[in-house]
Design a protein around this ligand. Structure first.
Ligand SMILES: [Zn+2]
Length: 292
């Protein structure tokens, strides 16, 4: 039991591409003694809204959060993979600017999925957005597409499904929302902006460099997600050093989606109460500055 942290700040629910409902996750967290949880669903906070009354009943702190799907801006400091995720914590999910964002983001993901379905259709595998939404009306994600694809019986092997979808996705446009817009919106709605799993931005030959981070700090980035299954110990040491130079906050979580191994990994990244307290303090300071 002692190897489970008291907090997990990166979890996906059925409101984006996670397998488990907010209630299932919260009940599991309660059993494991995890006291602080953040649902970081892609581009919406509906998991938070659904989970809040349940968390209150169970005595768990549920931090209002989100994971924005963004693109890296066109600039002098390019990055290998244009797709960038930004986490927002302690956000005001009822702010009109946020509600407007949620609507636009849902349209954007539907448009990209429609384009992907059209490409698959051209490749000889007819597919529609409606069929993907039938898998999960809350969010048409890649995994839901894969499930719909398999359900239609085009191929039997999962590995083959993944390969076909990978091919169809080549050069599909990124989300219209930029990392800059994400940071700006998070601050507008009182939150803290954290760069998600920084290691996924760069390939082996193009390490995430201090210049990259300097640009994000200039935009107002508050911190880095240094505890994540895709940030190994050497990457963490390297990133911790540059995070310190910029006086950035540190965050983390298991990025649980639950498809492979259920909820067993929940709470398995060493997130300390101090890290959560530092995020909360930055949020409070920002509210104070705004005079709210
Ligand atoms: Zn995630």
């Amino acid at each position: 039991m002692h190897d489970t942290a008291s907090a997990d700040l990166h979890i996906h629910t059925t409101y984006s591409d996670g397998k488990f409902t907010p209630e299932q996750i919260l009940r599991y967290a309660a059993k494991r003694g995890i006291q602080t949880v953040a649902f970081t669903d892609h581009d919406n906070a509906n998991g938070y809204r659904a989970g809040l009354p349940i968390a209150q009943r169970l005595g768990i702190e549920l931090i209002p959060a989100i994971e924005f799907t963004c693109h890296w801006p066109h600039c002098d400091i390019p990055i290998e993979d244009d797709d960038t995720d930004v986490l927002g914590y302690f956000i005001n999910v009822e702010h009109p600017a946020f509600l407007a964002f949620e609507q636009t983001a849902f349209q954007d993901v539907c448009e990209r999925m429609t384009e992907l379905c059209e490409r698959l259709t051209q490749l000889g595998y007819p597919m529609t957005l409606q069929e993907v939404l039938a898998e999960n009306p809350h969010y048409p994600g890649g995994l839901h597409l894969a499930h719909a694809f398999q359900r239609k019986g085009y191929v039997s092997e999962w590995q083959e499904v993944v390969q076909i979808l990978h091919r169809a996705k080549d050069h599909l446009r990124s989300a219209t929302f930029s990392i800059y817009q994400a940071i700006e919106l998070v601050h507008q709605i009182g939150g803290i902006a954290i760069l998600a799993h920084p290691t996924t931005l760069t390939g082996q030959h193009n390490r995430f460099r201090p210049e990259h981070l300097a640009m994000l700090v200039e935009m107002g980035l508050d911190g880095l997600e240094l505890y994540h299954p895709r940030v190994d110990a050497s990457a963490r040491r390297y990133l911790s050093d540059i995070a310190r130079q910029f006086k950035l906050l540190v965050s983390g979580g298991t990025d649980q989606h639950g498809w492979k191994d259920g909820l067993r990994r929940l709470g398995k990244e060493p997130i300390t109460p101090d890290m959560v307290a530092a995020l909360r303090a930055r949020h409070a300071a920002r509210q104070y500055q705004k005079g709210e």
